[in-house]
Write a protein that binds this ligand. Structure first.
Ligand code: PDD
Length: 286
């Protein structure tokens, strides 16, 4: 079976799917994206992802390529045509195609929309979560508007590659004051000695992760204590537990930061519990 992608109004064979060379996403990274988990054939947290997409588009003054109803149809169609039961759907919107010029193209230039989907072996991910991952830290050299989910991800790409070359799975960005902001494609969390969950406020320095938001709901309903504040690299290294969150990783325990074991050096009970309970609080679309 060939994989299928949606590109600007058409479902095409994935291997042949392409955009114009003067697409502004290609030339200027002038676009935004979302990644949504697919579980047992359902989109997970679709409403929240599409709300965040709307916000990203508004912040960059890109006109939405279509309304939410038809967009939901396209997402489901791509998932169905690729026979994805468990995996992820990726959607990207750019400011469209126009002669290369930094300023916005003429009003009415249609945004470009691309949607792809692929299967993910969540059983393997669950196995990975039994072991946990290693993280390195790198200086945060990104722009200030990391609250917008743009496709301009070069610092994130370089950070992830540095992690890979160091035998780690994620890189945590550290700001000029020594505080961890977030991972290259995940939010960062620690658990304090007295069992509080700590993650940075989404007011600055991070993307407001959907998984992060759902974990706040979980914490509230299950009476877990949560502190929304910045933490330093040193505090993280002395924490009882650490973990990352994202649509693709859910909750993934961190067992080592910059070569130093966290807690017992194995996934802790809080990270395990949050991972197990996550889907009880996520929204499943029909
Ligand atoms: N990454 N921070 C950054 C920089 C991210 O890129 C992501 C998501 C997150 C977590 O957001 P969410 O919980 O909504 O997935 C935080 C996606 C999965 C990616 O780039 O593949």
């Amino acid at each position: 079976m060939s994989r299928i992608a949606y590109v600007n109004g058409q479902y095409v064979i994935h291997a042949d799917a392409s955009v114009h060379v003067e697409d502004r996403g290609y030339q200027f990274a002038d676009g935004v994206y979302e990644v949504c988990e697919i579980r047992d054939g359902h989109l997970v947290d679709e409403r929240r992802h599409l709300d965040r997409l709307d916000r990203s588009l508004r912040e960059l003054r890109i006109d939405p390529p279509m309304d939410r109803g038809p967009l939901g149809v396209v997402l489901r169609e791509v998932v169905a045509r690729n026979r994805v039961r468990n995996g992820l759907v990726y959607l990207q919107v750019t400011r469209g195609v126009a002669r290369r010029d930094h300023a916005f193209p003429a009003a009415g230039t249609p945004a470009s929309l691309v949607v792809t989907a692929r299967s993910v072996n969540f059983a393997a991910s669950d196995k990975g979560a039994e072991v946990g991952i290693k993280v390195i830290t790198v200086p945060d050299n990104r722009w200030e508007r990391v609250d917008i989910k743009t496709v301009g991800l070069l610092p994130n790409v370089l950070a992830k590659q540095a992690a890979k070359e160091a035998g780690a799975k994620e890189a945590w960005f550290v700001d000029a004051s020594g505080h961890v902001t977030e991972g290259s494609s995940t939010n960062a969390w620690i658990v304090t000695a007295d069992g509080k969950l700590v993650t940075r406020s989404a007011e600055s320095g991070i993307l407001r992760g959907i998984t992060r938001t759902v974990l706040f709901d979980l914490a509230e309903k299950e009476q877990l204590r949560i502190e929304e504040r910045a933490f330093t690299r040193e505090e993280a290294m002395g924490a009882r537990e650490a973990f990352i969150s994202s649509a693709t990783n859910l909750v993934m325990p961190v067992v080592m930061i910059d070569g130093q074991a966290i807690g017992e050096g194995t996934p802790g009970p809080m990270s395990r519990r949050l991972r197990e309970r996550y889907h009880a609080y996520a929204e499943f679309s029909v």
